[in-house]
Structure formats: structure tokens, C-alpha cells
Design a protein around this ligand. Structure first.
Ligand code: KMH
Ligand code: ZN
Length: 280
């Protein structure tokens, strides 16, 4: 499953950090597009988006989601992935409506998990509904794994629903969320041993200070990388991230050093088998 190149995903915003605390967080439509362009130039091929409203608050407003997808498609060739996780306060039915914005890809978390002081709800029925709707709409899910039990749930999901649109199965390990699986190399390697054989590619991201060790472990183990201010706000000790492109550039350097340079957007589209919805 080791790829000759590295898919770099950028998750620039998330739903947890407040703009007032981190002004560098891209929250406006203009900032999001500027970020997408800079991160594509730095080596990213996929963007995982959470949208904010005019008050910089997380939103699942269908118009704002559609505008964000269109804005990034007009300005870049990035694979556009919308979060269906939203914020922990978002109701499940609202999270399903994210697919109406017709992204190339959507996140699909494979089970409920502790999420800091909150609970990130992903009951079985919701996972199946989301998966089936993604299949019907020809949107490629990225299976998010926050717990080792989620890897087992992915097995159950594939048994119940079959393969995604396009036939490729891409998963993303998210390690180091407080209360979920820890961001250690040993945990990531344990997860890899459990992956169903249908999985065709995997990436990993570590939250906070686990960002770099998890990136290095993922590269060494043949995986792809997710970076971004959704997951990590500190570039180095005493140095806050000033722009998401810094994290993408560093990931691209690491990947190149490991003889697995960043995949182009064309290569990423083939790896993930996304439907071609490009505007340019
Ligand atoms: N914001 C978290 C509650 C996803 O994007 O699908 C969920 C999350 C996962 O970020
Ligand atoms: Zn997310």
C-alpha cells in the first residue's frame, strides 16, 4: 500500500478554535480561498473544510458551504472535502445535509468518541445513512478514525454498505484528541495492523504536540499526511503557526526528504477516485 508520493491534506480551520484567540485562523471566505491557493502552491492536494459564518462561528449553512466549495474550485485544483463532523454541538440531521453542497469528498467518522470535554457523536445509523447518501451522490468518503474501535467499525461498514463511489477506500487516523486514542507511534502502528484489506490508502494527523511525531511515523510507515490549524496551532516551541501553508511546506519537505514527494492534485484525484467536478 506504500505510495511513491505523499498525499498532503490541509485542514485549515476546524470548528474548535476561536478567531478572537487565533487571528491567523482562516475563517472568512476570502481567507479560506487565499489559504487554499497558498497551500496548493506549498504541496497540498486535498483541503478538508469547516466553514465559519460572518461572526466567525462554525456553521453548516448550506449556502455558505456551497459558496466555499465553489470558491475553492474556482481558485484551485484541490480535491475539496467537506467536514460532516462539524462541531460537537451540530445535530446529526444537519450534518447529513452537508452532502448537498456536492463536495468531491466528505469526512465520515467511524464511531462516537470523547472529544475533549465533549462527545463527538457518530452512531451506527448515522454512519450508514451518511455512507449510503455519499454513494448515491458519488461523493468519496474519507473514513476518520479517532479510536482503534473505529477501525473495526470500518470493517462492519464495508460489510454492510460495500465500497465507496470510485472503489477506493481512503482512511485518516486522527490521533491525540484528548480522551480518544493517544498520539503515539505505537498507537498508529497498532491501527495499521487492523486496517481492512479493502483500504487502498491511509493518512494520519496528530493533534497539538503530537503533530510532528505522527507525521514522521506515518511517512516511515508508508502513509500520507494531514496537517493544518484544525489540528495544530504551534509550529515550534514558542512559535505559533502564522499561516497554514507553513505546516504544508514543512510536510512537503519531510515527505521529499523521505523520497516520497507531494502528490500533484491530478495524482491525488486518481488515488482517491473522486468524480471530476472541476470548474476550470
Ligand atoms: N470538529 C469535530 C467535532 C470531521 O471534520 O469530520 C469533528 C471533526 C471531524 O472535525
Ligand atoms: Zn474536521
Amino acid at each position: 500500500m506504500t505510495s511513491v508520493g505523499t498525499l498532503i491534506t490541509v485542514a485549515p480551520t476546524g470548528a474548535e478554535t476561536a478567531k478572537v484567540d487565533v487571528p491567523a485562523l482562516p475563517t472568512t471566505p476570502e481567507e479560506l480561498v487565499e489559504t487554499a491557493v497558498a497551500c496548493e502552491a506549498a504541496g497540498a492536494a486535498l483541503i478538508h473544510i469547516h466553514v465559519r459564518d460572518a461572526d466567525h462561528q462554525p456553521t453548516l449553512d448550506p449556502i455558505l458551504l456551497s459558496e466555499a466549495v465553489a470558491g475553492i474550485r474556482e481558485a484551485t485544483d484541490l480535491v475539496v472535502q467537506l467536514s460532516t463532523g462539524g462541531a460537537v454541538t451540530d445535530p446529526l440531521d444537519k450534518r447529513l445535509t452537508v452532502l448537498d453542497a456536492e463536495p468531491d469528498s466528505c469526512s465520515l467518522t467511524c464511531g462516537t468518541t470523547n472529544f475533549g470535554d465533549g462527545i463527538f457523536l457518530n452512531p451506527w445509523g448515522f454512519m450508514v445513512d451518511l455512507y449510503r447518501q455519499a454513494q448515491e451522490l458519488e461523493i468519496v468518503p474519507e473514513f476518520e478514525l479517532f479510536e482503534l474501535g473505529h477501525v473495526h467499525a470500518l470493517r462492519r461498514l464495508i460489510d454492510e454498505c460495500g465500497l465507496p463511489y470510485g472503489g477506493q477506500v481512503h482512511v485518516d487516523f486522527v490521533l491525540g484528541v484528548p480522551g480518544a486514542m493517544p498520539g503515539t507511534p505505537a498507537t498508529l502502528l497498532a491501527g495499521l495492523t487492523m486496517l481492512p484489506p479493502e483500504v487502498t490508502s491511509w493518512s494520519a494527523t496528530g493533534i497539538g504536540r503530537t503533530h510532528l511525531p505522527i507525521a514522521a511515523t506515518a511517512l516511515a510507515a508508508g502513509g500520507h499526511l494531514r496537517v493544518g490549524m484544525e489540528d495544530n496551532l504551534v509550529y515550534a516551541k514558542g512559535q505559533p503557526v502564522a499561516h497554514n501553508s507553513e505546516l504544508v511546506s514543512r510536510a512537503a519537505q519531510l515527505a521529499t526528504l523521505m523520497q516520497r514527494p507531494p502528490l500533484s492534485t491530478t495524482e491525488a484525484r486518481a488515488l482517491l477516485a473522486v468524480k471530476d467536478r472541476r470548474l476550470r
